[in-house]
Ligand binder design. Sequence first.
Ligand code: BTN
Length: 274
Amino acid sequence: MLGPRFTDVRRFDELDSTNRYLVDEARTGVPEGLVAVADHQSAGRGRLGRRWEAPAGSSLLVSVLLRPDLLSGQRHLATAAVALAAADAATDAGIELWVKWPNDLVVADGRKVAGVLAEAELDGASGAPGVRPAVVVGIGINVNWPATDTDLPGDLVGAATSLRQQLGHPVDREALLSAFLAHLEPRVAGLSEPDGRLCLHAELRSRCITIGADVHVQLPGTAFEGTAVELTPEGHLVVNDHGRLRTVVAGDVVHLRPSSRFVPPGPGRPPPQE
Ligand code: BTN
């Protein structure tokens, strides 16, 4: 069941980008809750200026317009709300997903099922009296593509998968969308409350497959390696770089060795540790 926020769901067979559409709508002062869904995007946006591509009708490509009462440094929590709602929708469909910091949803072996992209609207209506700045959060979920690894370009084999590939049967995108929006509703309400933000942080922490992993962190113009040890209350990643704790606000993270928290116990392997 949809909550009070996400009642205006605009559907498109084809759009350049659902994020672009909602950022433009945000500039006109549209209130929180507008949703855009596309069957296909001709210029889907990914992180760090990359493209997000998926065959028509195969994925859930959806963006939501939010106006949470957040400081700009807390915006990562809006991304987390969307990622966690999508993870719950996937659980409903029968598959467990984890958050790979900053904003990927992956299966336990690290293959990516979904990516989240948040874009702030800082011009236009945001800043007008009584209008909170907008943040548009979009997610692309590989639902029915790839069906098998043979559908993937070579560079994505072993790096990407889909709900269908994991479950062994097609997944209804409409049911997934409804579940996603229902799970998003209380989290968006929580974004604007201190207690809600604490809950989101705790939830993110428990779903974050990056904590405990050895990571390579790529920052603009520099890089370092260390062990991811914690998430700050704002959702930023704390990495132990040879004894020096460094907080990563934005960056690309590659897992070099998986977290022991998420390695399933097997013969000769110690049980997972907190
Ligand atoms: C990433 O992993 O790089 C983030 C990908 C985000 C893709 C989604 S699809 C729906 C929304 N519209 C866009 O143009 N991008 C996001």
